[in-house]
Design a protein around this ligand. Structure first.
Ligand code: COA
Length: 413
């Protein structure tokens, strides 16, 4: 049975379907959350003939976003979000139909890449998304020392300033900082101005007893050069203040991040700093002397990347090693990518061309998504998750795709 996916015409039903899927507290702020950063023409729905009367059987949405790639290019991506299927309609192929629809629409719009944050790790691999970025969550004690001798002069010239994220002009300043820093931190995803407003939009019922999210801005010579978001949580233990400050993504140059990191581990009334979003090679781990200096360190999947249009996506990024391999690509949901490709990288420049030559290796399109931002995919061979026909061909591909520094995690969207 074919399942029809069409644009949403009714924001209230779209929202009510989402509220059922995510079963949180329903508040007046929800409509505002839908409005910000999810354009009306980027909301899609499924109504199964025997589905629920009052709600959609499935919904999804696309945020227009930009992502920085190895080499520094900032390209348009489809940020897949608001994915949900009515509990009565699950495991009947609604998501599969929505994914097929999303990939075709994205390709037709000339966008080569889709990206997402997954609610459950097992969902998106089958649709050709690869886990392209890992993120560390690290806790540090108050007054943690950061050692970075070759950044000290630069860091000394930087001042940090605490602002209310919802104050006029603040999200615009944050976005400008992120756009400026993105080329040096491949994997950075920059949302639309509306998406930044969404991040700043915290209704009283969401906050309860929590502090509004603050922004710590880094400045040098009168210019904004970086920021991080933070929220302090009170706690008293044995009459001593031992609160936690929860810190979001650090944005800016390494010296700006050093200045920001020093400030967030030195806030009065706090005992612990929890940094929620650090890349695998984030300099902070070097500054503290490695993971054992952290109170705790956990690793999660951050961005999942999907090459919607392999031919267009392959040359958008640069490559740090050469390769020339013939790959049989398996792609069940974007058949225009399936088949044999000659993937090359030479002096940093990539090209993907159709070929009839014998395949040297075969892989699912999700593997190319996993390696697309520079995260190492070499270990998949050892793990027996990929196989090459010509020994060494997979290693050649994996080396070319890998970057010196692991990609930057993105802010959840
Ligand atoms: C995840 C969700 C969207 C799946 O929708 P669905 O319509 O039931 O999925 P489909 O019937 O199209 O399933 C397609 C395939 O994915 C598999 N699959 C679906 N959900 C899965 C899950 N949570 N974990 C693992 N596999 C899953 C199905 O078994 C099926 O496999 P098959 O192709 O081998 O038959 C739905 O369960 C849901 O709304 N969950 C709660 C909200 C959520 O997690 N949304 C994702 C936000 S990132």
């Amino acid at each position: 049975m074919s399942i029809d996916v069409r644009p949403s015409e009714d924001a209230a039903t779209y929202l009510a379907t989402d509220q059922l899927v995510w079963f949180g507290e329903v508040t007046d702020a929800d409509a505002e959350h839908l409005r910000l950063g999810l354009p009306e023409d980027q909301r899609f729905v499924v109504d199964l003939p025997d589905g629920p009367d009052d709600l959609h059987s499935g919904i999804y949405g696309v945020r227009p976003m930009e992502m920085s790639l190895p080499g520094g290019a900032l390209v348009a991506i489809a940020g897949l979000t608001w994915v949900g299927v009515h509990p009565d309609a699950r495991r009947r192929g609604v998501l599969a139909a929505m994914m097929t629809d999303h990939l075709a629409r994205t390709r037709d719009a000339g966008t080569a890449l889709s990206a997402l944050h997954a609610s459950e790790a097992a969902i998106y691999g089958r649709f050709g998304y690869g886990n392209a970025v890992l993120t560390h969550q690290v806790t540090l004690g108050r007054g943690t020392t950061f050692t970075a001798p070759h950044l000290e002069d630069e860091a000394a010239a930087i001042t940090t300033h605490l602002l209310d994220m919802a104050a006029p002009g603040v999200t615009e300043r944050m976005r400008a900082c992120q756009l400026a820093a993105a080329p040096d931190f491949p994997g950075t995803i920059v949302g639309s101005p509306d998406f930044f407003s969404l991040m700043a939009h915290e209704a009283p019922e969401q906050l309860r007893d929590k502090e509004r999210r603050r922004i710590l801005l880094a400045r040098r010579d009168g210019q904004d050069i970086g920021f991080t978001g933070l929220r302090r949580e009170h706690k008293w233990e044995n009459a001593r203040p031992s609160g936690t400050v929860v810190v979001g993504t650090l944005c800016g140059s390494p010296a700006a991040r050093l200045a920001l990191a020093r400030r967030v581990v030195d806030l009065d009334l706090m005992g612990t700093t929890k940094l929620e979003n650090l890349g695998l090679d984030d300099p902070l781990l070097g500054w503290i002397g490695g993971p054992r200096s952290a109170g705790s360190l956990q690793t999660w999947d951050s961005t999942w990347v999907r090459l919607v249009d392999l031919e267009a996506a392959w040359p958008l990024r640069s490559y740090e090693a050469d390769c020339d391999v013939v790959v049989e690509v398996v792609d069940r949901y974007a058949p225009w990518n399936a088949g044999r490709w000659r993937l090359t990288a030479s002096s940093g420049i990539g090209s993907a061309t159709r070929t009839d030559a014998d395949a040297e290796l075969a892989l699912d399109i999700a593997v190319l998504g996993a390696g697309y931002l520079g995260h190492s995919i070499g270990g998949l061979l050892r793990a027996g998750l990929v196989q090459d026909h010509r020994s060494g061909s997979y290693a050649e591909l994996a080396r070319a795709m890998r970057t010196l520094v692991a990609p930057e995690p993105s802010i959840g969207f």
